[in-house]
Write a protein that binds this ligand. Structure first.
Ligand SMILES: [Zn+2]
Ligand SMILES: [Zn+2]
Length: 286
């Protein structure tokens, strides 16, 4: 994909500069087309997955053919050994692996199986954990991995990432097991993202995680319009509140109750609307 004379980091720099000079309308059109393509791909993924098929190799998700590594191997079909991860990672980039585990995790529940919240991470370039049934995958790429570190192996000196996998909560692949080389395409994107963060947004059609849910506008919508999950485990987000009265005012418990439409009892903590201006009026008695 890249001319041999250009290393992927320089290519990423060129790409970042190109994005900065792109007219807004062209960038918007490019984004729209990319999103449309990604959404089609996500729909095809889901349709196949629900039938137990892989949208990439078209085989059963449980199939394993030793010389045909595929992303569905991450579901650990019978025959998959942990060293096979190398074959998958040779063929597919980190970005493709990340998108795959995100999409799989979302087959079980929207967003909540994917923890990609930057605040909880450690400022790494890429860090996320995704769960699906008894499987858990995690990807980690810190600045040191991206630049290359350590002197133990040639691979650790090259740009790489780490991958972890647990089965039934037990370690199966550890971060320390592999220094997986980043593909050139990963480096181009990550470099552009680093140099032009305002112009590169990571989006995962069908693979949205908690960071997507926790965007301010979405939190507000969830708070005001979100439905209460019958069962806590089925919820996407759990709200905890800290309410502080303005100086010189008092809060009474009934301000935080509302009639439960089903039981008719006032036993329904008023959590979804605490930020609503009407409630502020009520609380403050104005
Ligand atoms: Zn496959
Ligand atoms: Zn490393």
């Amino acid at each position: 994909m890249l001319p041999l004379s250009i290393d992927p980091k320089s290519h990423g720099q060129h790409y970042a500069n190109y994005l900065k000079t792109l007219p807004k309308s062209v960038a918007a059109e490019n984004n729209r087309r990319a999103r449309e393509r990604a959404e089609k791909e996500a729909a095809a993924f889901t349709a196949a997955f629900q039938e137990g098929k892989c949208s990439i190799c078209k085989s059963d998700l449980t199939s394993y053919v030793a010389d045909q590594p595929c992303l569905h191997w991450l579901l650990k079909p019978r025959g998959f050994e942990k060293t096979d991860l190398r074959k998958v990672a040779d063929r597919f980039s980190m970005a493709q692996i990340e998108l795959y585990i995100r999409r799989v995790a979302n087959q079980e529940a929207f967003a909540k199986n994917i923890n990609d919240l930057a605040d909880e991470g450690t400022g790494k370039l890429v860090e996320l954990t995704a769960n699906y049934k008894n499987l858990e995958w995690a990807i980690s790429c810190g600045k040191g991995d991206y630049d290359g570190h350590g002197s133990n192996s040639e691979e650790s000196k090259r740009p790489h990432y780490h991958f972890q996998m647990r089965i039934d909560k037990k370690p199966y692949i550890d971060y320390a097991d592999f220094h997986i080389p980043l593909h050139d395409s990963d480096i181009v994107t990550m470099e552009a993202e680093r140099l032009a963060p305002a112009y590169v947004t990571r989006r995962f059609a069908g693979g949205e995680g908690m960071s997507e849910v926790f965007k301010e506008e979405i939190i507000e919508r969830l708070a005001l319009e979100g439905k209460r999950a019958e069962n806590e485990a089925d919820g996407i987000v759990k709200f905890d509140h800290l309410v502080i009265a303005d100086k010189g005012t008092q809060l009474a418990w009934f301000h935080f109750q509302r009639r439960n439409p089903r039981s008719g009892h006032e036993d329904y903590p008023l959590s979804p609307s605490l930020s609503h201006p009407a409630l502020n009026k009520l609380i403050l008695g104005k």
